[in-house]
Design a protein around this ligand. Structure first.
Ligand code: SF4
Length: 282
């Protein structure tokens, strides 16, 4: 049976400029030196990481940085805490700093707030590289939470400044802000969600409503992948989350379905094109 699927890729999908910048920087050095260390996965997408590893990218953990000397190390778009810069200086490591300018600006804002002795809350994922970098600006004094329920057991200051990890859901951020104000706190809220994510929040619903099925492509570790997948699912319940072509199953589709493909800000366009080809061959 031929499926004859009509497949369209969301033109707003593909890497955000922060990820493009980091990967361009890595590829330039890989072409010159043949290898490059990168602190953590350069992007939360296994397929893209594998592609770059085959060109000589060596992913290292933070614990390995202390034992490395006289090498070049790439800092990915998520940014790093001050501690990383200190270790690099001690070990004569040349940092290739591909921290996204949006993240760097947020780090600076958080540092400035911390310097004025204001209390800080960060809505972000525990253990996420960006969040570790943000918390590092406050000498790890900022309170990080990923779910408002976590705050029930914590004694909060009466007055604080609220920030957000750049890839969180805008809706959730504002509902958290309202909830905290309702609870009687004096909250100075800064919506620091990246426009590359929040604009997608707005445009994706229109895109996904046009199709019978949506294939959402993302690595499982991607924070904005989770947010954008939820946006797709809410607006088109026939949405499938996949990470690579092997996750596709024919049973997901009916003949002549119109299929939309969308992805996270860390999903490479080449991967979505590969998936389109597979679907068109059904
Ligand atoms: S999502 Fe925004 S903040 Fe994050 S890397 Fe991309 S451009 Fe930068």
């Amino acid at each position: 049976m031929e499926y004859n699927l009509q497949v369209t890729i969301d033109s707003d999908s593909g890497f955000c400029f922060g990820v493009v910048y980091a990967i361009d920087m890595a590829e330039e050095i890989l072409a010159e030196d043949g290898y490059l260390y990168c602190l953590g996965d350069i992007v939360h997408n296994d397929e893209e990481v594998e592609r770059l590893k085959s060109k000589g990218l060596k992913i290292i953990e933070h614990s390995q940085l202390e034992y490395l000397h006289n090498e070049k190390v790439l800092i990915r778009a998520h940014g790093e805490a001050p501690e990383t810069y200190k270790i690099a200086l001690q070990n004569n490591i040349t940092l290739i700093d591909a921290s996204c300018p949006v993240v760097l600006k947020l780090q600076n804002r958080i540092k400035t707030t911390h310097d004025t002795k204001e209390k800080i809350l960060i809505f972000g994922k525990h253990g996420h590289a960006e969040v570790i970098g943000l918390q590092g600006q406050t000498n790890n004094e900022a309170i990080v939470f990923q779910d408002i329920k976590e705050l029930e057991d914590v004694e909060l200051p009466q007055k604080f400044t609220l920030y957000s990890q750049t890839t969180k859901s805008t809706d959730k951020f504002y509902s958290i802000k309202d909830e905290l104000i309702n609870r009687g706190y004096d909250v100075k809220a800064n919506d620091t969600i990246c426009r590359q994510v929040s604009n997608r929040d707005k445009d994706l619903p229109d895109f996904v409503k046009k199709f019978d099925k949506i294939v959402f492509v993302s690595g499982k570790k991607s924070s904005n992948g989770k947010v954008l997948y939820e946006v797709c699912r809410k607006n088109n319940p026939a949405t499938y989350f996949i990470s690579n072509p092997e996750d596709l199953e024919k049973s997901m589709f009916n003949p002549n379905d119109k299929v939309g493909i969308a992805g996270a800000t860390s999903t490479p366009m080449w991967l979505m094109e590969e998936i389109k080809k597979v679907l068109e061959a059904y």
